[in-house]
Design a protein around this ligand. Structure first.
Ligand SMILES: Nc1ncnc2c1ncn2[C@@H]1O[C@H](COP(=O)(O)OP(=O)(O)O)[C@@H](O)[C@H]1O
Ligand SMILES: Nc1nc2c(ncn2[C@H]2C[C@H](O)[C@@H](COP(=O)(O)O)O2)c(=O)[nH]1
Length: 228
C-alpha cells in the first residue's frame, strides 16, 4: 500500500497532477473539498470573520480523507494535512484570527495529529511538492476561474498570494514526515504537453523506485488521456 500526497500553493496544479498520477499508477485520487465547500466563498468575502471557521472546516475534511487514505489501498491526495498550519499561521500573522482562535486551533491540530500517530500507517510514503512562481500561480488561478480567487475580486489578494508563496519555501525545507520531491510547475505543462507529462511522471516513478515503493522493473506503457 502506497500513499502519495501532493503539496503546493493555490493553483500550482495539485488536483490536476493528482488525477494524472492516480490514473497512471492505478490508485485512488482524494480531492480536497473546494467547490462543495460552503465556507470558502464566505472566507474570501470576509477573511477576518471566517478564517478560523474555514480552517476548522478544512482540517476536519483533511482529517477524514487522510484517515480513509491511510487505511485503504494505494492512494493519491491532492493536499497534505501538514499544510493546514501553514495556511492558518499565515492568516493569523496578518491579523485574521484572535489569540484564542490560534490557541484552540493548535490544540485541535495537535490532538488530531496524535490520533494519526496511532494508526497502522502513520505517514504518507511520498510528498510531491509542486513549485510555482507568483506569475504562474496567478495565470493558473485565472485559467481555473473561481471568481473569489481573482485579483480583481479583492485588491489585497496580491499580497496574500505573495505571502503564501513565501511561507511555502521554509515549510517544504522543514517537512520531514516522509521522503519528498519537487516538481517544477513553471517549466512543465503536464496538462497540455504530453512530453512534459511523461517527464514529470518519470520523475515521480524514479523517486518511488528509489525509496522502494515501486519495483525497479516497474513499467507503464499505456498512454493517459487527459480530459480538458
Ligand atoms: N503544469 C501545468 N501547466 C499548465 N496548466 C496547469 C498545470 N497544472 C495545472 N494547470 C491548470 O491550472 C489550473 C489550476 O490547477 P489545479 O490542479 O486546480 O491547481 P491546485 O489544485 O494546485 O489548486 C487548472 O486550470 C489546470 O488546468
Ligand atoms: N485559509 C485557507 N484557505 C485554504 C486552505 N486550503 C485551501 N485553501 C483555499 C485556497 C484556495 O482558494 C482553495 C483551494 O485550494 P487549492 O490549492 O486546491 O486551489 O482553498 C486552508 O487551509 N486555509
Amino acid at each position: 500500500m502506497t500513499v502519495i500526497v501532493l503539496s503546493g500553493p493555490i493553483g500550482a496544479g495539485k488536483s490536476s497532477l493528482t488525477g494524472i498520477l492516480s490514473k497512471y499508477l492505478g490508485t485512488k485520487p482524494f480531492y480536497e473539498s473546494v467547490d462543495d465547500n460552503p465556507v470558502l466563498p464566505l472566507f474570501y468575502a470576509d477573511p477576518k470573520k471566517y478564517a478560523f471557521l474555514l480552517q476548522v472546516y478544512f482540517l476536519n475534511t483533511r482529517f477524514h480523507s487522510i484517515k480513509e487514505a491511510l487505511t485503504a489501498d494505494n492512494n493519491v491526495l491532492d493536499r497534505s494535512i501538514y499544510e493546514d498550519a501553514l495556511f492558518f499561521q499565515m492568516n493569523a500573522d496578518i491579523g485574521r484570527a484572535t489569540q484564542e482562535e490560534v490557541d484552540t486551533y493548535y490544540e485541535l491540530l495537535n490532538n488530531m495529529m496524535g490520533e494519526l500517530k496511532r494508526m497502522p500507517k502513520k505517514n504518507p510514503d511520498l510528498l510531491v511538492h509542486i513549485n510555482v512562481s507568483y506569475d504562474t500561480m496567478i495565470k493558473r488561478i485565472q485559467k481555473r476561474g473561481r471568481p473569489y480567487e481573482q485579483l480583481s475580486y479583492d485588491s489585497t489578494l496580491e499580497d496574500y498570494y505573495k505571502r503564501l508563496l513565501s511561507y511555502y519555501k521554509p515549510w517544504y525545507e522543514k517537512y520531514d514526515h516522509s521522503p519528498k520531491m519537487e516538481i517544477d510547475g513553471d517549466k512543465f505543462d503536464f496538462m497540455a504537453s504530453e512530453k512534459d507529462r511523461e517527464i514529470v511522471l518519470d520523475q515521480i516513478v524514479a523517486k518511488l523506485k528509489s525509496i522502494g515503493k515501486l519495483p525497479l522493473n516497474w513499467d507503464k506503457s499505456t498512454d493517459i488521456q487527459i480530459e480538458a
